[in-house]
Design a protein around this ligand. Structure first.
Ligand code: SF4
Ligand code: SF4
Length: 361
């Protein structure tokens, strides 16, 4: 805990500034081509994926990483995913490692997760989150693949069996609210909950790819109902880790849901100076380093190390400019990091939860 606190203080004082949370796109390949996918360019060429040597240098540059989010594409398409986790476990020692997956490659996923959990250096909480937009053929239609839903449930079942003996593995389901599933998304959430396969549920709102824009066609009532449902389902899980952290997580998620509703309604900045470019960042499968998923990269790992890119004068001034320019969006990962690491939003979140519990200000 102290090393994270030390990094947090350095990020605000003498530096070197380094993120506490990292979203790492380990591959640009995927088994599907979903209509709502956030990834802008797919590849089928495994050679374009960042090399293990580059991963090693990246992890070396992030000694105080608290949360590592592995995503893609489909991360389990990388046969060497366990080695990537092993490198980060040794060099960065994150407290939480999450892997987002569509759940289609059951055997590969089960083998990789088993290998990760058996690594002697692996100490983190591993969260494997399967993504859903619907049930049965509704889900399959969005994924463009028949049987995608059934395969994902089989994967969840197998992972749940593993987690029975491995308390540091938790299996969750993430539901994305898109235009096409507004009428069915609550039924999807209820059905996924009823399978009893998931320790936690999360939800995402489909997002536009530019800062200062929001997904306008959302029904905010549905978004709010979905948020209440997933928070209430996941409450026991977050409380299990530690009562204080669990309560904070619940507070934060509740406030974040209200803020997203407000950002969508007002389409404007809501007083949260974004943590992107300072406490959280993104690395893409081709080595690009960016402050967030909506802004252009600041450099590439083929030319400079992560520390050089993140610590450069231009990156530091860009990062300050983001906060000064009151950048806003509804990206949950960045809002979450902002509430976890910035003092004013953190205090606002606590106040809202304790005194108000109405629409967020
Ligand atoms: S499974 Fe995920 S990464 Fe793959 S195309 Fe669909 S949304 Fe994109
Ligand atoms: S608010 Fe943050 S995450 Fe969103 S676009 Fe701006 S810098 Fe990126």
């Amino acid at each position: 805990m102290f090393r994270y606190l030390g990094q947090w203080i350095r990020n605000r004082t003498v530096g070197p500034v380094l993120p506490l949370e990292l979203i790492f796109f380990v591959t640009g390949r995927c088994t599907f081509r979903c209509k709502h996918c956030f990834l802008q360019e797919f590849t089928t060429d495994a050679n374009t994926d960042i090399s293990l040597d580059a991963v090693d240098r990246l992890a070396f540059d992030l000694p105080n990483l608290m949360v590592l989010m592995l995503t893609g594409g489909e991360p389990f398409l990388r046969q060497d995913l366990p080695e990537i986790v092993s490198i980060f476990s040794e060099k960065s020692r994150p407290r939480v490692i999450s892997i987002a997956t569509n759940g289609f490659l059951t055997d590969r996923i089960v083998a990789s997760v088993t290998e990760i959990l058996e690594q002697p250096r692996f100490q983190a909480q591993l969260l494997v989150t399967l993504s859903f937009e619907g049930i049965d053929e509704n889900h399959d239609a969005g994924r463009g693949t028949r049987g995608a839903f059934a395969k994902a449930l089989i994967t969840a079942k197998e992972l749940k069996t593993i987690s029975a003996n491995k308390p540091n593995l938790a299996v969750g389901a993430n539901i994305t609210l898109i235009r096409e599933n507004a009428q069915t998304v609550m039924a999807t959430a209820r059905e996924l909950a009823a399978t009893n396969l998931f320790s936690f549920l999360t939800h995402n709102l489909y997002r536009e790819r530019k800062p200062k824009t929001v997904f306008e066609q959302v029904d905010l009532e549905v978004y709010r109902d979905l948020g209440c449902f997933v928070r209430s389902y996941s409450r026991a899980f977050s409380m299990g880790a530690s009562r204080v952290l669990g309560l904070w997580h619940y507070f934060k998620e509740s406030y974040q849901g209200e803020l997203i509703s407000r950002i969508v309604r007002a389409r404007s900045y809501q007083g949260l100076p974004c943590a992107a470019g300072r406490d959280i960042g993104v690395v893409y499968h081709d080595g690009d380093v960016a402050p967030c998923e909506l802004l252009p990269p600041w450099g590439n790992l083929k030319e400079h190390s992560f520390a050089e890119i993140w610590g450069s004068q231009s990156s530091r001034s860009n990062s300050r400019k983001l906060r000064h320019d009151k950048c806003f969006c509804t990206h949950e990962c960045f809002l979450s990091c902002t509430l976890n690491t910035q003092l004013t939003p953190l205090v606002k979140c606590l106040m809202w939860n304790i005194f108000r519990r109405g629409p967020a200000k």
